[in-house]
Design a protein around this ligand. Structure first.
Ligand SMILES: Nc1ncnc2c1ncn2[C@@H]1O[C@H](COP(=O)(O)OP(=O)(O)OP(=O)(O)O)[C@@H](O)[C@H]1O
Ligand SMILES: [Mg+2]
Length: 239
């Protein structure tokens, strides 16, 4: 089996009276593609933000490639070779698609390599036609792809995406799913996502959150057929 590259142990995140993440332990192996799912308020984003360094957990441990990183700031996590797309838009609207991705690349690479990286990504994500467009004037679906491009700009080995298909049409979501599956041939990916169709189409492994805890973990087919998981989603998410 491939090596464990991310591990959380007994992770807890409290906000005043709310326990958003309650004793979560998990392991992620190299080149896995993991989807975090669960109903609204289940704790997915909070857990994700502990991994990315947006939150310092109240208790518990996180290791990334063996380094104990709980409480590290987001830029220090990123420097380990982790690409992060948060739920909140991060693009500079007054800059072009190319410039946004280039800035991400240039933060970690010499000029020639950054230029090359941007060209590769524009092609890979089918953004070449939009390269010179200001991101502020892009349609939502293309913006989401540019956000993924920025997360990939530093050529990460681990990609963490919060709701990459949020607000997309079926076709756009399918395209993002395709891109993620292709990326996963090379890199490890963790995705937080609501859209079950999307999850079914991309996920090899699914971790289900409910009330701050992990209630199921396993292959997508098995987990999505699980009675408890279906009850948790009843009437809202499982189609
Ligand atoms: N910054 C915060 N301050 C206080 N409470 C918070 C904060 N962030 C999250 N919570 C609470 O923690 C719980 C888990 O929220 P979280 O955003 O992690 O859920 P989620 O699974 O991502 O939900 P959604 O599917 O709606 O995005 C909720 O009860 C939420 O209200
Ligand atoms: Mg969320």
């Amino acid at each position: 089996m491939a090596e464990v590259v991310v591990e959380a142990e007994a992770l807890v995140m409290r906000f005043d009276g709310v326990i958003a993440v309650n004793d979560v332990s998990m392991r992620l192996r190299k080149r896995e593609l993991l989807c975090l799912i669960g109903p609204n308020g289940a704790g997915k984003t909070t857990f994700f933000r502990c991994l990315t360094g947006q939150y310092a957990p109240s208790a518990g441990k996180i290791w990334i490639e063996g380094r104990a990183v709980a409480g590290w700031p987001i830029h220090a996590i990123a420097r380990l070779g982790v690409g992060i797309k948060t739920q909140v838009p991060s693009l500079a609207n007054g800059l072009s698609v190319r410039e946004n991705i280039w800035l991400g690349a240039r933060a970690t690479m010499p000029l020639a390599k950054a230029n090359q990286r941007v060209d590769e990504l524009l092609t890979e994500l089918e953004l070449t036609a939009h390269a010179a467009t200001l991101t502020g004037s892009l349609a939502h679906g293309i913006r989401q792809m540019v956000e993924i491009g920025v997360a990939l700009s530093s050529d990460p080995w681990l990609l963490l995406l919060d709701e990459p298909a949020g607000g997309l049409t079926k076709e756009e979501a399918a395209r993002v799913g395709e891109v993620i599956r292709k990326l996963n041939q090379r890199i490890t990916v963790v995705v937080v996502e609501h859209d079950m169709e999307f999850v079914r189409s991309v996920a090899s492994r699914v971790l289900v959150f409910h009330q701050g805890r992990v209630i199921a973990d396993g292959p997508a087919d098995t987990v999505l057929a699980d009675t408890l998981v279906r009850q948790v989603y009843l009437g809202s998410k499982v189609r």
